[in-house]
Structure formats: C-alpha cells, structure tokens
Design a protein around this ligand. Structure first.
Ligand SMILES: Nc1ncnc2c1ncn2[C@@H]1O[C@H](COP(=O)(O)OP(=O)(O)OP(=O)(O)O)[C@@H](O)[C@H]1O
Ligand SMILES: [Mg+2]
Length: 453
C-alpha cells in the first residue's frame, strides 16, 4: 500500500483551514493544522510533512518565518505561501526565503491542486534518475560544479529564475536542465525567443486568440502559455520584450491566468517562468527600458552562467565531449587535441563561448584529416584581431557609451557579420559575398576598408 502523504496547513482563519483540509483531503493527503507560527513550529518538531501551506499574516508573526525555518531545518518539505491577491512583494519575499511556490487569496482551488500536485511530484522527481540532461551540462571547474549544485536546488522550487550570461555560454541548456530536474519534467518545456516575435503578434502568440478576433484569425489558437501548461515557459532574450507586452506578461505571471485575444474570460494556466538574456537587465531597468516590476518578478532567483574564459580548466574536457559528439554523428573516429591546440584554446578569449568552441571544433574536424588536431587546424582568429573579431552584433547596442559613435557601431556590426560569414564559408570569398547578399567587389572593398585580410 502506498504511504499516505501528509500536509501541514497554517492559517489563523478557521474557514480557510477547513477549505484547505477538505481540498487536500480529497487529493488523498492527511492534514494537520496550526493557527500561529508557534503552533506550526511545534507541529514541525513532531512530524515530517510532504507539504506545508502557510498564510502570510499570523497572530504571532509572519509566515515567512515558517518558510525560512522549513527551508533550513526540513529542506525536504516543500512549503508554499498563501498571499493576499496582487501582493507581488509578499510572493517574491516568500520565494526568496525558500518557498517553492505561492498561491493568491482568494484561493483558486484549481491553482491549489496544481500546486499540490507539483509539490508531490517533486519528491518523485528527486528520486528519479536525472543524470541524462545534467551530464550534458558539462564542466568540472569549481564555477560549473557550483552552478550545477545551484541548479539542483532551484529545480526543486517553482520560483522564476533569471539566467544571465554572455552569448553562447549555455543559458538555454541551463534552463532545460532546471526543467528536467524539477517537478515539471514530465510537462512541456516551451522556449520562446522574445526578440523574434513581431510586436503586433505578440499578445496572440503568448496568450492565444479566438477565431475571428482579428483578420486572419481563422480558428481558435492556443498561446505559448497554454502550450506550456503544466510545464515551463522559457523567455529567451527577455530584454527584447516591448514595454506594453511587459505589462501584460507581468499580469499573467502574477495572476497565473491568461485571457486569449478576443476571449471574454480568463483561463488559469500553470506555468513556471524561466528567462534569460545576454544583456544587463538591471541596467536596462535603470534606463527605463525594462519595467522594474517585471524585472523584480522574473528575477526572484538569479543564476549567472560564467563565460568560458573564467573556467579554462573545463576546456580540454569540454572540447573532448564536443569532438566526441560531432565525430560520432559523422561516423568518424574521435580526434584528439594536441598540447599546442589546447594551449591555443586557453589563450583565446572566446567571445562566443561554448557555441563558438563548437563552431571552431566543427570546422577543425571538417578540414583536418588526421586524428590529432593541432593549433593550426583550429584556425583561431589572430591575436591582434581578437577584440574586433569577438564582437557579436547582438551584444552591441547603439546606446552603449562604448559604441556611441554611429559609424563605428555600424562598422563593428559589419566586421562581425563579415568575419562570421567568412568562417561559415571557410574563407571562400565568392560564397561569403553570396551569403551576405553583396557582390564580390563590394565584399573586397569592405574587407579593405575594415582592414580584414
Ligand atoms: N556546459 C556545457 N556543456 C556542454 N555543452 C554546452 C555547455 N554549455 C553550452 N553548451 C552547448 O553550447 C551551445 C550554446 O548553448 P546555449 O544555446 O544554451 O547558449 P545560450 O547562452 O542560450 O546562447 P545565446 O546567448 O546565443 O542564446 C549549445 O549547443 C549547448 O548545447
Ligand atoms: Mg539562447
């Protein structure tokens, strides 16, 4: 017989306690109750619970104290906070103190049931084998080891996580790992590139639309939130969200429900929000280009993925992993890097991080015939070009002071685009020109002007 699961319910209002006991009871949980922080503490000393639900305002203190107590002394027990409707601060505070989720008052029973289900799934997930994805996020350096530990911790929570890091460092891989190691692993993972959706379609993409709600809406269409129901929505390049959309998104996240374009009613959705950008979001907030309230809401937990040059010790192992994967896909023997090649990689600054390393190794594999790759096989951009070759146009911003002069900003973009196209086309100028959509002569002119040889 399966063990009966138990929950502790903390609220000073009797009606609410009864409602919660009844709802959880119908889900097969045995419930204890407490009406104050003191009572909750003594219950927690006597029993082990599979879940704790606590109100915020209690006669002898705050529910936050219970949350901190549990996350320090009984970390195996997921605790969720019941907050006043629309009280973003309380919800965020609870999540920061270690609550795995929150539910707004008046409690929507559907939302509550989803929350309970996730809390219980969580313990299953902890037992399940999650090596598969985690091992893909390779890295033995102290920075990566500690990142993986943090991921394991935040995966147990339902709190929004904001993933910061340069281009190509593995932000999406981190998001996928958080999803795969958490209670939502069996639900969908829906990545969305916020910079790629035209702003006029954004609301309908996110929230869906009803048939006939605008020209071209021939049928009902579910939005990304509905597609991610029960799982995770990954807002990639979140800095690109237009301001009006930020308001709507904040509302959906806060109220856990969405209204499709042309619909009369809201529908509850159960989605965990992860987000990422290679831009400095706090700086954008300071400049008024990203809403402070949304920033505050999605950035409850912040993870920073370190650039490759801060974890040079990972280079040999990571390169071997990547080479192994590439060679296997092509049915070739796995090549190794000689000492000179490893040394050359350690000296290279990797502005494009792991993605760039993948590209470099893929090219080396395609061009080299032996099974030992040398520094020459890597064709790393030369030293004096480093600072220029490393520019990723997506990292540039005309409003940045460092690139304030428009002509030099445009030049940097051109240079990065040309250098990238040259690499992609293995330095064949005819094909590079084609790829860039310019004539051979125009390319030759630009190469000269920009001093690229
Ligand atoms: N630690 C790692 N171990 C193995 N592969 C990795 C690691 N980090 C990144 N990668 C690989 O590098 C590539 C880039 O990773 P990912 O797309 O997650 O980066 P990103 O930070 O989202 O990039 P961008 O800023 O361009 O969106 C992917 O192919 C990913 O699998
Ligand atoms: Mg990405």
């Amino acid at each position: 017989m399966a063990e009966t699961r138990s929950a502790l319910i903390v609220d000073d209002e009797r009606d609410i306690r009864e409602l919660l006991v009844m709802t959880l009871g119908r889900m097969g949980l045995r419930c204890d109750t407490a009406a104050s922080v003191g009572e909750a503490r003594s219950q927690l000393q006597r029993n082990r619970y599979d879940l704790c639900l606590t109100d915020m305002r209690l006669p002898d203190g705050s529910g936050i104290e219970i949350v901190s107590d549990i996350s320090q002394k009984y970390p195996e027990t997921p605790v969720a906070m019941i907050t006043a409707f629309g009280n973003v601060e309380a919800a965020v505070e609870a999540l920061k103190a270690g609550a795995f989720d929150f539910v707004a008052k008046p409690v929507d029973l559907n939302v509550l049931r989803d929350l309970v289900r996730h809390a219980l799934d969580l313990q299953e997930a902890r037992k399940a084998d999650t090596d598969a994805v985690a091992s893909r996020l390779y890295g033995q350096s102290p920075a990566m080891t500690s990142l993986r530990q943090t991921i394991a911790k935040v995966a147990r929570s339902q709190a929004p996580v904001y993933i910061a890091g340069e281009s190509g460092v593995g932000k999406e891989l981190v998001a996928r790992t958080i999803h795969a190691e958490g209670a939502r692993a069996s639900g969908p993972f829906v990545p969305v590139n916020c910079g790629a959706i035209p702003s006029e379609l954004m609301e309908s993409e996110f929230f869906g639309h009803k048939k006939g709600s605008f020209t071209g809406a021939h049928a009902d269409k579910p939005g990304l939130f509905q597609s991610a129901d029960g799982g995770t929505l990954f807002l990639d390049e979140v800095a690109e969200l237009p301001l009006p959309m930020q308001v709507k998104l904040l509302r959906a996240i806060q109220e856990k429900s969405v209204r499709a374009v042309g619909a009369n009613s809201e529908n509850p959705v159960d989605v965990r929000i992860l987000s990422a950008t290679h831009k400095d979001l706090s700086k954008l907030v300071a400049e008024g280009r990203f809403r402070q309230d949304l920033y505050y809401r999605i950035n409850v937990i912040e993870l920073r993925v370190p650039p490759l040059r801060e974890r040079l010790d990972d280079l040999p192992g990571l390169s071997a992993k990547i080479l192994g994967r590439l060679a296997e896909a092509q049915g070739r023997p796995v090549p190794t890097l000689d000492d000179g090649a490893v040394e050359a990689l350690r000296e290279y600054p990797f502005p494009g991080n792991v993605r760039e390393l993948e590209n470099i190794l893929e090219r080396a594999l395609a061009l080299a015939d032996g099974e030992l790759l040398t520094a020459e096989d890597l064709h790393l951009p030369r030293r004096e070009e480093d600072s220029r070759a490393g520019v990723d146009p997506r990292n540039l911003d005309p409003r940045d002071t460092a690139t304030s002069a428009l002509p030099s900003y445009i030049e940097e973009i051109e240079r990065a685009a040309i250098q990238h196209a040259l690499q992609e086309n293995r330095y064949n100028k005819t094909r590079t020109a084609q790829a860039l959509g310019i004539t051979f002569r125009a390319l030759r002119y630009k190469l000269k002007k920009l001093g690229i040889d």
